[in-house]
Design a protein around this ligand. Sequence first.
Ligand code: NAP
Length: 347
Amino acid sequence: MANKIDVGVLGATGMVGQQFIARLANHPWFNVCWLAASERSEGKPYADAAPWRLATPMPDAVRSKTVEACEPGRGPAVVFSALDAKAADVLEAEFAAAGHVVLSNARTFRMDPLVPLLIPEVNADHLALLSEQKSTKGWKGAIVTNPNCATVVLAMALAPLRQFGINKVCVTTMQAVSGAGYPGVASLDILGNIIPFIGGGEEEKIETETLKILGADGGRSRLNAVISAQVNRVPVIDGHTMTVSVELESKPDIGAVADAMRAFRGKPQELRLPTAPNPALNVMTEANRPQPRLDADLGGGMTVSIGRIRSCPVLTHKFVALGHNTIRGAAGASVLNAELMKAEGLL
Ligand code: NAP
């Protein structure tokens, strides 16, 4: 594509902001031309402002770029937001009002009935909310969100099971430390330990966001199911793992569940979007997989891995699911949302 779309990154210096920089570095459709963060970073070259924590080197193109203030109207029309939740509460709506399309990672607008909570493989049709969003909110731009980093893994695993009728879900997560940003959880708290709590309403996010994503009418008609989530922070760097028990109305056999997950694909795969994973769900048969260290990076971090599909004596089925939290659960999710919007003529 000769003319790339200029994009900016709000919160470019943080954990998710860095993933945006890495994922957009050689993107065929998008060109990062504007970096913004807090007063702490404003005016500094990116290399001095960002405590780079990724295994891949910082792209040369951004090293000397000056980090600017998050001032609405200043950056390009399309901005990815990796803002800290408190900053996002204020700034994202201001950017949308000023005419930017904001692709957000923050929780602020996820449950707003006029804001798509998008997973392109699962609910691409929820983008239909955008025209009503524009007219009701009076924004010249728009906001599209991606789910919480654990929610996206659960929602992708459950999406192909909707055909069997999902009644109840119990999920227990084992979430990586990178999910808490940088510096995040203190090493003395997490090394050799498990913390059975994640602040910021993590369990409620998983329980409510999943029902919106799997719902109809842009998520305003929620999936008619009940979800119970228990979350744990574990000493893993990247990759959220979860054990899931589900009650499926039609009680399909195990093979039918595995086949439905294997066959799962959506618009990103049909349209061959640049960062679409193939497969979207990787159904593993080894007894001891998926594991975060071995499987989180599959599909460039965009594939969700599933394993140990078996029957559950309490509900009907159970399995393990794993996804990369800062890629599929954050920056990679936003970039895929932007690719879908571009392909659908919405950028
Ligand atoms: P982080 O490492 O703490 O980074 C926060 C970013 O926000 C930094 O760039 C920071 O800039 C900027 N910021 C903070 N206050 C600001 C202000 N008042 N004005 C402008 N910029 C400000 O956090 P993170 O883990 O990358 O998470 C970013 C967002 O993504 C959060 O909303 C989080 O909930 C969400 N999220 C994170 C994950 C994950 O796995 N980590 C997954 C899904 C969603 P300075 O460096 O200048 O302070």
